[in-house]
Design a binder for this molecule. Structure first.
Ligand code: CAA
Length: 293
């Protein structure tokens, strides 16, 4: 692949920065690189970079095994990604997507730094699932260029991306981000800045209820999951999906939505907290509701 197909936008996107190369950040880096963009992935230390690289290699390896990519396309994709442990290497980025842990403090510190590093017309985005994009935008000198760009897990596979507008996001920024996401083959939807946005607000009440059913020994994990897969056509059952999302992430999302909306559907089921405390975080630690090799 040569240069990316230029989306019909007022600005040109050439270099994309991704801060945080965990499950989501590495997936986001992969999506942009796959579509021809130069990506600079930033992690806080060498270990984080190595973990991000492993994620990327495993995911592209899976895509090659499933004949979604040829080996040479996968090599070119990986060749478009450079890694760094310094935010200063994002000075040339036209868009930076922050995808670090769901901590307002950590995100604010990054946005404050990025604000002084990137060009005045660069867009700053967060992949947060539940924190306030508006609050984050106020850590910058130009809140109008801050937007939420919320990918779904696994980012290279799921078509949906939620574009979150704050009351001050410039309309041109929203238009350009949507056109850019379209150039990645994604289907963007736009929504306001409320914890959970569209999909998680609907999804997490259901996931929480499934965990509660399991906790009450109402049905086995296999039967809860089978019911939703074979009865409702979901690609995976709710407990397997919680393991994919990560129980720590799921707990944080529920907790934030509950604090903001006070809807008891989102009050985290106790077993989630217990499993997080015990280190049973799902696929990433090898054990959650299920055990993984
Ligand atoms: N690039 C391109 N394609 C890839 C790929 C990659 N890196 N990795 C995998 N794929 C493709 C595979 O080739 C396969 O395509 P086909 O079906 O056409 O063969 C497809 O993606 C599925 O991959 P797998 O076969 O490896 O896995 P699977 O069939 O068991 O599906 C799954 C796994 C995609 C996760 C599916 O079960 C699924 O969609 N589950 C639901 C996931 C979901 O609900 N995600 C949202 C979570 S909530 C969230 O993310 C929000 C938040 O804030 C936490």
């Amino acid at each position: 692949m040569t240069a990316p197909e230029t989306p019909d936008t007022a600005r040109t996107f050439t270099t994309i920065g991704v801060v945080g190369l965990g499950t989501m950040g590495a997936g986001i880096a992969e999506v942009f690189a796959r579509h021809g963009y130069a990506v600079v992935g930033v992690e806080k230390d060498d270990e984080g970079v190595a973990r991000g690289r492993r994620h990327l290699e495993a995911s592209t390896g899976r895509a090659v095994a499933r004949e979604k990519l040829t080996q040479s396309e996968a090599d070119e994709l990986l060749g478009r990604i450079t890694f760094s442990t310094s935010l200063k290497d994002l000075a040339e980025a036209d868009l930076v997507v922050e995808a670090v842990v769901e901590s307002m403090e950590a995100k604010v510190a990054i946005f404050r730094d990025l604000d002084a590093i990137v060009a005045a017309d660069a867009i700053l985005a967060t992949n947060t699932s539940s924190l306030s994009v508006t609050e984050l935008s106020t850590a910058t000198s130009a809140p109008g260029r801050v937007v939420g760009i919320h990918f779904f897990n696994p980012a290279p596979v799921q078509r949906l991306v939620e574009v979150v507008r704050t009351v001050v996001t410039e309309p041109g920024v929203l238009d350009d981000v949507q056109a850019l996401l379209g150039s990645l083959g994604k289907s963007p939807v736009v929504c306001g800045d409320k914890a959970g946005f569209i999909a998680n607000t609907l999804l997490f009440g259901y996931l929480n209820h499934a965990a509660s059913m399991f906790e009450q020994r109402y049905a086995s994990r296999e039967d809860i999951d089978a019911a939703m897969r074979f009865g409702c056509g979901y690609p995976m059952g709710p407990l397997a999906l919680l393991d994919l999302i990560g129980l720590d992430t799921a707990y944080e999302i529920l907790e934030t939505m509950y604090r903001q909306g006070r809807d008891r559907l989102h009050a985290p089921t106790p077993i989630l907290k217990q499993m997080v405390t015990a280190g049973l975080l799902g696929r990433k630690t090898g054990r959650g509701f299920y055990t993984y090799e």
